[in-house]
Design a protein around this ligand. Structure first.
Ligand code: BES
Ligand code: MN
Ligand code: ZN
Length: 507
């Protein structure tokens, strides 16, 4: 794994293999951001012209490798595009994260590199550290290292500011968040024969011990004892038995308690309503919500955020077998309500419903669930944007805003009341599927029924962005992305500053 360090040394004396500099785009051609003066001088003050002549415009995603000027310890200068030149001096955190991520990917196989992007504050340092760690990610658990393509060994972040204090703090935060997003990615990428409800729960337990977070695991016997009919109903077709994991971070100065609930289907075959070939190869990712919740709680704990968070991970494998739930079966959910399972492939909402009812018993100030819930949301919003639903407009906008501040693409989606009727059934309190059009919203309406009254709730459908199937870009690799982690961490940070979210009953 890539390590991070900070320095204020001059470019020429840095004992590294490569120096990374940013190049921004302007009307007049590529321009150099602050902090690159000494490198530019060593190129005779013509570095911007040189990279321009070699074809660089400064656009996001561009890279160019140059031999270092004489007198430098480093052999190579790696120029990376920052996008449009900052008008008022500062670059956005996202521009810095992406440039650092692109650089880190281009540095695969390098031992040690100095990153001379414009960094002088906590925020900019965090962005570069985070982008660098996320960009250097590789899922290597089941592969011999490809020669020369190991992740960059160390990124040394050079400050352009007055002191190292802010940069050190920013890098510390970026390192924790980056490591935890990468932990979520590892879990998502882990094949379903390696990650089962049982091994996932054991991982949470081990990590909880490492960081002093409180973990409780309910196994299949405990689930039956407490009548978790949704989780048991989904898991009963598999020989790999379901679990419900609770991971709690508490802080003595906390004023707010959040509950995060993550869908944890370690493999979704569809069950008896089996998915066809073409749709079942990609379903190891169906525990991405649980991975995001887990990683966000560990992040809050490692950062010592003054907020209480309980993460709930309902974990199950959705398989067809002689013991599987059939279409038409009725499940009695945790809390006593009944659900007619019309389609066993609409399993995520069943495990989430149990966990949300349980989460509500502790009376949190808000509940946020995260799930790879519907193909319909992927169709609606594409591969990079997750949908945010809530019956509380203010809370939904708060969550969409938190995602934007965290650098994740999110969009508010409605919960149209007229679609609720399609979930009605004469044999149970509710059915698990209804109208096909607007299927992502119908799923949200189903979940809404299981939100304890008076608690603000938001639902994040990350079916699109949880897993990236194309070529890497910015700091996003192929495979698991860790979608949702940074938004949840931002919500936790927001909750350290504010009064608890307004309750719906008080309106
Ligand atoms: N896990 C899937 C949704 C999914 C699809 C996530 C593609 C990521 C990529 C979910 O359990 C599912 O199967 N949903 C069904 C619901 C339908 C049966 C109402 C769907 O979206 O087709
Ligand atoms: Mn499914
Ligand atoms: Zn699923």
């Amino acid at each position: 794994m890539t390590s991070l360090a900070v320095t204020s040394s001059t470019a020429a004396s840095l004992h590294v293999d490569c120096l990374v500099i940013g190049v921004a785009r302007s009307r007049g051609g590529p321009v150099l951001p602050p902090g690159t003066d000494t490198v530019n001088e060593a190129f005779g003050g013509t570095l911007a012209q040189v990279v321009g002549r070699l074809g660089m415009t400064g656009a996001e995603g561009e890279i160019l490798k140059l031999p270092s000027p004489a007198g430098f310890v480093a052999d190579i200068v790696l120029a990376v595009g920052l996008g449009d030149a900052a008008v008022e001096g500062g670059y956005t955190s996202e521009a810095l994260r992406r440039a650092a991520g692109v650089a880190a990917r281009a540095l695969a196989g390098t031992g040690r590199a100095a990153v001379m992007l414009p960094v002088g504050t906590v925020e900019t340092a965090e962005a570069v550290a985070l982008g660098g760690l996320l960009g250097s990610y590789a899922f290597s658990a089941h592969r011999a290292p490809v020669d020369g393509r190991n992740p960059v060994g160390e990124l040394v972040i050079r400050t352009t500011g007055e002191t190292l204090d802010d940069v050190t703090e920013g890098v510390r935060r970026g390192a924790v968040i980056g490591q935890e997003v990468n932990r979520a990615r590892d879990l998502v990428n882990m094949p379903a024969n390696h990650l089962t409800p049982e091994t996932f729960a054991a991982t949470v337990q081990a990590v909880g011990e490492e960081y002093g977070t409180d973990v409780e695991v309910l196994d299949e016997k405990a689930l039956a004892e407490h009548s978790y009919g949704g989780i048991l109903g989904v898991g009963q077709g598999s020989v790999r038995k379901p679990r419900l994991v609770r991971i709690g971070h508490t802080h003595p100065a906390a004023r707010t308690t959040l509950a995060f609930v993550g869908k944890g289907i370690t493999y979704d075959s569809g069950g008896i309503s089996l998915k066809p070939v073409g749709f079942n190869e990609i379903m190891k990712r169906d525990m991405s919500g649980a991975a995001a919740v887990f990683a966000s709680v560990v992040t809050a704990s490692r950062l010592g955020l003054p907020v209480n968070i309980t993460g709930w991970l309902p974990l199950a494998e959705n398989m067809p077998s002689g013991s599987a739930t059939r279409p038409g079966d009725v499940l009695r959910m945790y809390g006593g309500r009944t659900v007619e399972v019309r389609n066993t492939d609409a399993e995520g909402r069943l495990v989430l419903a149990d966990a949300m009812v349980r989460a509500g018993e502790d009376g949190p100030d808000a509940i946020v669930d995260v799930a790879t819930l519907t193909a319909a949301m992927k169709t609606a919003l594409g591969h990079r944007t997750f949908g945010v639903m809530s019956d509380d407009d203010a809370f939904r906008e708060h969550v969409v805003g938190a995602a934007a501040r965290a650098g994740e693409q999110a969009w508010a989606m409605p919960l149209p009341a007229e679609l609720r009727e399609s979930l009605s059934t004469s044999v149970a309190d509710i059915a698990n599927t209804g109208e096909r059009m607007g299927g992502g919203l119908v799923a949200g309406l189903f979940l809404k029924e299981f939100v304890p009254p008076g608690i603000p709730w938001a639902h994040l459908d990350i079916a699109g962005p949880a897993y990236h199937e194309g070529a890497p870009y910015g700091y996003t690799p192929e495979g698991g992305t860790g979608s949702g982690v940074r938004t949840l961490v931002q919500l936790a940070e927001d909750a350290t500053a504010e009064a608890p979210p307004r309750s719906r009953t008080g309106e």
